[in-house]
Design a binder for this molecule. Structure first.
Ligand code: PGA
Length: 261
């Protein structure tokens, strides 16, 4: 979707599920069969493992549920001798409309660099996918008072290069703030922590892409989101949605998060 088609200031509420390395094709299909219709006005996205994407795409289509699909990672080239990798174009052909880029597990466990996140965002744009850029600090960085420096570095890498800056003003991009210390730990950022980080991210996006544009970018919070804490996080003005790991694996808890007030 181009930015012109989107209303100024009216940001989507996005409820996204990152299945990580869970749910093969059969489990993906069973999930869709058990998922209730999401409430009006909520944009639901699921990021299954790459091998699950085609089956999930088929079941979402036959269910008629308004669910968008994405890939969890991609290679920046279109095709080539890159064993084990998947390109943005191949993900799009398999039914993806979005791509997670720079998830902290990619950065920390697989050594993904800032430069690679920038190239992957460019590849997503090239293939017509909406990138969901994940940013966030580790516990050590937070306790050293380096939250803003880390977020700056991760945002700058993607939105400062002139071509990406231009494309990011024209094409849709989402940002997910995921403090690394809150991912899969059961420890959630407080609404105040999320408020501080999301306001900082939006201000920085304003400097990089222009304020009017930054106001239209949905910024999701991720890190131990559950049905019990989703509402208070979603009530924070700059939290436009959530990116859910563990609690997105069960259709009931994911639906409960999607139905949060
Ligand atoms: P979690 O994962 O909800 O299990 O903490 C979130 C994420 O990694 O996107």
């Amino acid at each position: 979707m181009s930015e012109e088609q989107r209303g100024d200031g009216d940001r989507d509420r996005v409820i996204a599920g990152n299945w990580k390395m869970h749910h093969g094709p059969a489990q993906g299909q069973a999930f869709v069969e058990a998922l209730p219709e999401p409430p009006e006005g909520v944009r639901v996205l699921l990021f299954p493992p790459a091998v699950t994407l085609p089956a999930l795409h088929a079941s979402v289509r036959s269910s008629g549920l308004p669910i968008g699909l994405g890939i969890q990672n991609l290679h920046h080239e279109v095709s080539g001798a890159f064993t084990g990798e998947v390109s943005a174009e191949q993900a799009a052909e398999a039914g993806a409309e979005c791509a997670l880029v720079g998830h902290s597990e990619r950065r920390q466990l697989f050594g993904e660099t800032l430069d690679e996140t920038a190239r992957k965002v460019g590849a997503a744009y090239r293939a017509g996918l909406t990138p969901v850029l994940c940013v966030g600090e580790t516990l050590a960085e937070r306790s050293q008072g380096r939250l803003e420096e880390v977020l700056d570095r991760q945002l700058d890498a993607v939105f400062s290069p002139p071509t990406l800056r231009e494309q990011s003003r024209e094409l849709e991009v989402l940002v997910a703030y995921e403090p690394v210390w809150a991912i899969g730990t059961g420890q959630t950022a407080t609404p105040d922590d999320a408020d501080e980080a999301h306001r900082f991210i939006r201000a920085r996006l304003g400097e990089l892409l222009g304020e009017a544009h930054a106001r239209r970018i949905s910024i999701l919070y991720g890190g131990s989101v559950k049905p019990a804490n989703a509402s208070e996080l979603l009530a924070v003005p700059d939290v436009d949605g959530v990116l859910v790991g563990g609690a997105s694996l069960d259709p009931r808890s994911f639906a409960a998060i999607a139905a949060s007030e």
